[in-house]
Design a protein around this ligand. Structure first.
Ligand code: ADP
Ligand code: TRP
Length: 335
């Protein structure tokens, strides 16, 4: 009998801008590859977004738009189960149970919480949704009992605490959950932003958004900070300090042409503007089919509604089974 690996991964739809290059290289691209390798459960983590979006229209639009972004980028409903977290009631139910498998001390060590504490934020003002989010994330994962959780490096700690919760649960109630492993793709663990310094992130405004209007993308690319020591196009530059070269590599820019550009950059015989313009063209070409697909999805709302409903039905069938096992294990249901 062959063994098929099961994968679970989600993306928080907290941005109205849509997915950026870092999301694509660090997360979505792998999801799209994983759907061919095993049994993929991918979702829009909209319950997570409730800790940062307090406006109903924004919440709804972001959830829907991110769902479309993913479909356009190649998640195929025929190959994987691609659903929206809030369509799966077993997730928050399981979270309530998992609340008891982790301590306040362990939770305080989580990034999501610690990041918020930077600066002079008073810990007492952090909302419980944010504080608890690793528990919701553990419920997202364990309700499908996967083998592996493909995520960016920043999420590794959250997957580890999920394993700990699974272990605690299993020790208490008998083996129920697998202890899933994080899968971190090394090369694209952290894509730098257009400031050339920090991780690309929608909140830092150093991102290149995949489905934005061409004018917006042009502005983002042209605003990229390259080698700061280079004032004139004739100054020798350091290709390692021009983040566009790394984007080109990630997006399969012609290798010979890239090597030539890098040599010219070192010699000071090519300008940054030229490189930016070439990268902009390449970016639009690379994502042309996906941008076209997204426009088609927008034009076919009935199709999207149907895909979403079918995925929810598939996911609920599995999640509810798991929840039944959990209820039996803890005694909510009698055998
Ligand atoms: P953001 O940092 O823009 O708020 P999210 O936290 O919503 O993005 O990240 C969603 C997914 O994309 C996660 O799996 C995360 O690890 C991945 N990701 C986000 N930014 C990057 C990046 N710059 N490089 C690699 N992966 C990233
Ligand atoms: N917390 C993840 C992020 O911010 C998104 C997420 C929510 C997730 N639930 C998950 C990822 C379950 C993997 C598995 O990117």
């Amino acid at each position: 009998m062959s063994f098929t690996k099961r994968y679970v991964s989600g993306l928080n739809p907290s941005s109205a801008k849509g997915l950026h290059l870092g999301n694509y290289l660090g997360a979505v691209k792998q999801h799209v590859e994983f759907q061919d390798q095993g049994e993929g459960f991918f979702f829009i983590a909209n319950l997570h977004a409730l800790n940062s979006i307090f406006d109903r229209a924004t919440f709804d639009t972001n959830t829907h738009n991110t769902y479309l972004d993913f479909l356009a980028l190649g998640l195929d409903p025929a190959k994987c189960t691609f659903y929206i977290e809030s369509d799966i009631p077993a997730i928050p139910y399981l979270q309530t149970i998992l609340n008891n498998c982790v301590t306040v001390g362990e939770m305080k060590r989580m990034h999501a919480y610690k990041d918020k504490l930077q600066g002079d934020t008073d810990p007492d003002t952090i909302n419980m949704g944010l504080f608890n989010y690793p528990i919701l994330m553990a419920a997202d994962i364990l309700v499908f009992n996967p083998d592996s959780v493909p995520v960016g490096k920043d999420q590794q700690q959250h997957v580890e605490i999920c394993r700990e919760m699974a272990k605690t649960f299993n020790n208490r109630y008998g083996k129920t959950f697998k202890e899933p492993e994080a899968y971190i793709k090394k090369e694209a663990a952290a894509v730098l932003g257009t400031d050339g310094e920090r991780k690309m992130s929608k909140t830092l405004g150093n991102d290149i958004t995949i489905f934005a209007d061409e004018k917006v993308i042009y502005k983002q690319v042209m605003g990229t900070i390259t080698d700061r020591n280079r004032i004139h196009p004739t100054d020798p530059g350091d290709p390692a300090k021009n983040v566009l070269f790394s984007y080109m590599r990630f997006l399969n820019f012609d290798a010979a042409k890239l090597a030539d550009y890098e040599a010219k950059y070192r010699a000071g015989t090519i300008g940054d503007v030229q490189i930016k313009k070439d990268f902009y063209e390449h970016f639009l070409n690379y994502f042309a089919a996906q941008r076209q697909k997204r426009a088609e999805l927008v034009a076919n709302p009935d199709y999207v509604t149907k895909v979403r409903a079918e995925a929810a039905a598939q996911a609920n069938a599995i999640a509810n089974q798991m929840l039944e096992r959990v209820k039996l294990a803890v005694g909510i249901k009698s055998a």
